[in-house]
Design a binder for this molecule. Structure first.
Ligand SMILES: [Zn+2]
Ligand SMILES: [Zn+2]
Length: 405
């Protein structure tokens, strides 16, 4: 693939935005809001974009904001660029001057950085609209398990703001600053929550265990049998996780009593529907089959939460080309490992072709701490890189973003 490096003058203009963007990032960081509570953040985003002359629509899927920008050259194509705006229920422990002023809530996943970088791209492209077609800047609420992508899609996101393809970007503290990583096809997991309730007669564990049906022995068999699902029902080349996270039953105040009920719960992760279906089916078979053999009953809840994130092949190549144009081909890993975490951008990728890129922000300081930890902070030095990636992506998709002027 022919990779031409990004225009120096464009890069210089993007870098010049950094002080203003850093101030915005720290302001958002200091005022984090939980998913579906992004009143201030959404208003800040909308006001800032309007101030820069963009056409803005608010209230999509509650607090979602979309800004629309048409290029000054002719073109019918449209692309969506998406950032998330929500924070987490974590008590911040960075001690930074811009630390959270909202007790118990923290931007520990860098969505403050994501929002800022997309704002920066809107700023730059609105001043340099030398492309053909339309860019939809999508600011999504509630990525962290509160259904923001689903809400925006249900509110007609892609009907009201049509796009041919859609792209997402996430920071990665485990990667050095300036490196990019992506993989085509399945990339991030679907995370399911399951709960199995075993019921038996219970009884006196000391005097008359033979008169009872024992859910304690049953659950022990079940936990062991569960290990065979990944080992023996999932192909070795496929990836899956089933873990037990909680077992509850009986009472420490009366350990001579056999409980009549035990509840086991956990998580299951997968990357394809076939693997997901297999895990649910085998879990039900093992729970009910074992329960029957012990004279007990089983009730199985298997809750499917979100979808595996699957990058489309063609758009993954576009994303790789965009990152390589910005940072150099040697800084882009195009076949990154699977990630067992989840992302609700997966739903947008089910609706439109697209790709989700990771950008390194690590190597020193709070930006090297893991995501979702109390000492994490987004690395402001990454802001121009993120803006540059978005601008480069628009150049790839909608033609050259030239000198502007
Ligand atoms: Zn997160
Ligand atoms: Zn995140």
């Amino acid at each position: 693939m022919e990779i031409s490096r990004m225009d120096d003058a464009a890069l210089a203009r993007i870098k010049a935005l950094q002080p203003e963007l850093t101030a915005i990032r720290r302001d958002i960081h200091a005022h984090p809001e939980m998913g579906m509570e992004e009143v201030r953040t959404a208003a800040l985003v909308a006001e800032t974009l309007r101030g820069w002359g963009l056409e803005v629509t608010e209230g999509i899927g509650k607090y979602g904001v979309v800004a629309t920008l048409k290029g000054r050259r002719p073109g019918q194509r449209a692309i969506g660029l998406r950032a998330d705006m929500d924070a987490l229920a974590i008590e911040e422990a960075t001690g930074l001057p811009h630390a959270s002023a909202n007790k118990g809530v923290m931007h520990a996943c860098g969505h403050d950085g994501h929002t800022t970088m997309l704002l920066g791209a809107a700023r730059h492209l609105s001043q340099n609209p030398d492309f053909g077609g339309t860019v939809q800047f999508i600011f999504q609420p509630a990525e962290e398990g509160r259904g923001g992508a689903r809400a925006m899609l249900a509110d007609g996101l892609f009907d009201r703001f049509p796009v041919d393809s859609v792209y997402g970007l996430h920071n990665e503290p485990g990667l050095p600053l300036g490196q990019f990583a992506i993989r085509p096809g399945p990339a991030m997991a679907a995370g399911d929550r399951w709960v199995v309730t075993f019921r038996g007669t219970g009884g006196h564990g000391g005097a008359s265990p033979h008169l009872a049906t024992d859910v304690a022995v049953l659950q022990a068999q079940f936990v062991m049998a569960l290990q065979t699902v990944v080992a023996r029902n999932i192909a070795a080349v496929d990836a899956a996780v089933i873990s037990v996270g909680a077992i509850h039953g009986g009472s420490m105040a009366s350990t001579n009593v056999m409980p009549s009920e035990m509840v086991i719960g956990g998580t299951a992760r997968s990357y394809t529907t076939a693997v997901r279906d297999m895990m649910e089916r085998r879990m039900r078979e093992l729970a009910t089959g074992l329960a029957t053999s012990f004279g007990c009953t089983a009730e199985v809840f298997y809750g499917r939460h979100g979808e595996a994130l699957v990058n489309h092949a063609e758009q993954t190549q576009v994303a790789i080309a965009a990152a390589a144009t910005l940072a150099g081909a040697e800084k882009v890993e195009g076949n990154a490992p699977l990630i067992t975490g989840g992302e609700d951008f997966s739903l947008m990728l089910k609706a439109r072709p697209g790709a989700f890129m990771f950008m390194g922000i690590g190597a020193g300081g709070p930006s090297s701490e893991g995501l979702h930890t109390p000492t994490y902070d987004f690395n402001d030095d990454a802001i121009p890189l993120g803006v540059g990636y978005w601008v480069s992506l628009v150049e790839q998709e909608l033609g050259s973003v030239g000198d502007g002027a």
